[in-house]
Design a protein around this ligand. Structure first.
Ligand SMILES: NC(=O)c1ccc[n+]([C@@H]2O[C@H](COP(=O)([O-])OP(=O)(O)OC[C@H]3O[C@@H](n4cnc5c(N)ncnc54)[C@H](OP(=O)(O)O)[C@@H]3O)[C@@H](O)[C@H]2O)c1
Length: 266
């Protein structure tokens, strides 16, 4: 009997948070995995994912750099990628003029340049093989001007838009493109973005496992996009009708330093 090779999924930013949960979904659905992140924690994540009985390879690379994306791509060695889950990303709080430009650049390079470069490389490979699924992790942040997180929201507006545009271009192929647009989710994101003293950073947030489950299901169903959670769906709907200035004002209340409640809600 001929062995059929397992399906292969590539998940970026799979060491923690939504990416780790997306990788878990892939493993549960018997995808072999190539998982990537910048820090050594990706190795312990991989050990855990292997318990699902799938093959897991790791790549430690800075996906903000083209060289880092090349390193990940080379690890694939020309194998067909059945699913690319482009999740790696980072935020950055505080007023724009108070941010360090190196940090600003890192957010843009990780969220936009690295993601687009990886999707371009793997997308072309999928076109050669005639099929594939792409999940891009955007955000509902992409629908609103993000005062005190201005660059981050801009990168997510880019990704949300890019994802739907690419999907349209590929609609006559067997490659699907899906955008996962989470709302505030309980991960390392807000600590890393220096936003623990903000309302959004300190209040109760969505479960990353549920967010990933919704994203994975949407990707497998070949849907265009999914906003995870009904409260976020409401926010997204409101963002489509409210004026940009009102959205920016509302974002200040969520993301400006010092807006954290005295005690985080249980
Ligand atoms: N949490 C939220 O509220 C929320 C809401 C909407 C959308 N999102 C999006 O969801 C995605 C995942 O974020 P998360 O919330 O799960 O945060 P997280 O727990 O901080 O996870 C981020 C992941 O991305 C990786 N990463 C970041 N920069 C990288 C780089 N330059 N090179 C390689 N890997 C890098 C991190 O690995 P290293 O530690 O190794 O760098 C980590 O695995 C992001 O795209 C984020 O924008 C999050």
């Amino acid at each position: 009997m001929r062995d059929t090779p397992a399906k292969l999924a590539v998940v970026t930013g799979a060491s923690t948070g939504i990416g780790l949960e997306l990788a878990r979904e892939c493993a549960k659905h018997k995808f072999d995995l190539v998982v990537a992140a910048n820090e050594p924690q990706i190795d312990s994540a991989a050990d855990e994912l292997r318990r699902e009985g799938v093959k897991v390879e790791t790549v430690k690379a800075d996906l903000a750099s083209l060289a880092g994306v090349d390193k990940l791509y080379e690890k694939l060695g020309g194998r067909p990628v059945d699913a690319l889950l482009a999740n790696a990303g980072r935020g950055l709080g505080k007023a724009f003029l108070d941010q360090d430009f190196a940090d600003i650049r890192c957010v843009i390079d990780t969220n936009v340049t690295g993601t687009v470069y990886l999707v371009h490389k793997v997308g072309n490979e999928m076109r050669r093989h005639g099929q594939g699924r792409i999940l891009i992790v955007g955000s509902i942040a992409g629908f609103m001007p993000g005062s005190y997180q201005a660059v981050y929201n801009g990168t997510k507006a880019f990704l949300d838009s890019f994802s739907y545009a690419l999907r349209e271009e590929l609609k006559h192929t067997d490659i699907t493109v899906t955008c996962l647009m989470p709302g505030p989710t309980e991960t390392e994101f807000f600590r890393r973005a220096g936003m623990l003293d903000t309302k959004v950073g300190s209040e109760e947030k969505d479960d990353p496992a549920q967010v990933a489950k919704n994203g994975f299901a949407a990707m497998m169903a070949g849907e265009g996009g999914v906003v995870s959670g009904w409260q976020n769906k409401l926010q997204a709907a409101a963002a489509h009708v409210l004026p940009a200035a009102a959205l920016a004002r509302r974002h200040t209340k969520e993301a400006a330093p010092g807006t954290a409640k005295k005690k985080a809600r249980k």
